[in-house]
Design a binder for this molecule. Structure first.
Ligand SMILES: Cc1cc2nc3c(=O)[nH]c(=O)nc-3n(C[C@H](O)[C@H](O)[C@H](O)COP(=O)(O)O)c2cc1C
Length: 158
């Protein structure tokens, strides 16, 4: 059975969207079906049916989630749904110049999702914009490894 993956994108200037597009191109192969959705206008209801999600979010302000992710993040904090039927991964985009708040946007999502009972698969991918590497390139091997961990878990759960 195909694995259904929803990538939720939190972005200000489009980098996270680029990463998500690249992942959709490489991961959507028949064995995995990928849907990419910007976080704009979403709330906690997006997780209602459970399933597999990849949070792809940058960081702004004082280590905040980007503007288009605020509604979703705040809705999780106030509605506090039981997410024990959700599995997720995180790609957090940031910049080490902001040492105190490096990649906090993605880390905030990780914290709230696990608090609500969702289970993270694998380690987060953290990207440092000051390193001169392209996150959409690094995300491809990270994503291939992550999806194989997801498949392994899905087989164990079957
Ligand atoms: C005004 C501003 C504030 C930022 N604040 C942070 C921050 O607090 N922590 C961090 O790790 N990165 C911070 N960043 C870096 C961005 O998260 C990073 O450049 C990211 O790749 C942008 O992705 P996007 O184009 O998807 O929004 C900031 C960038 C800008 C322009």
């Amino acid at each position: 059975m195909a694995l259904e993956l929803t990538i939720l994108v939190g972005t200000m200037t489009g980098t996270a969207q680029l990463v998500a597009q690249e992942l959709e191109l490489t991961l959507d192969d028949g064995e995995t079906r990928v849907k990419t959705q910007p976080m704009d206008g979403l709330d906690a209801g997006v997780f209602a049916g459970g399933g597999l999600f990849l949070i792809c979010s940058s960081t702004y302000g004082q280590g905040d989630v980007p503007d288009n992710a605020k509604n979703l993040y705040e809705s999780l904090q106030t509605a506090r749904p039981d997410l024990s039927n959700v599995q997720y991964g995180v790609i957090a985009l940031g910049d080490r110049t902001y040492a105190e708040t490096f990649c906090n946007g993605g880390k905030r999502f990780d914290a709230i999702l696990s608090e609500l009972g969702a289970r993270r698969i694998g380690d987060m991918m953290l990207h440092d914009a000051s390193a001169g590497t392209m996150p959409e390139e690094l995300a491809v091997p990270w994503g291939a490894d992550w999806i194989s961990q997801c498949r392994k878990e899905a087989r164990l759960a079957a």
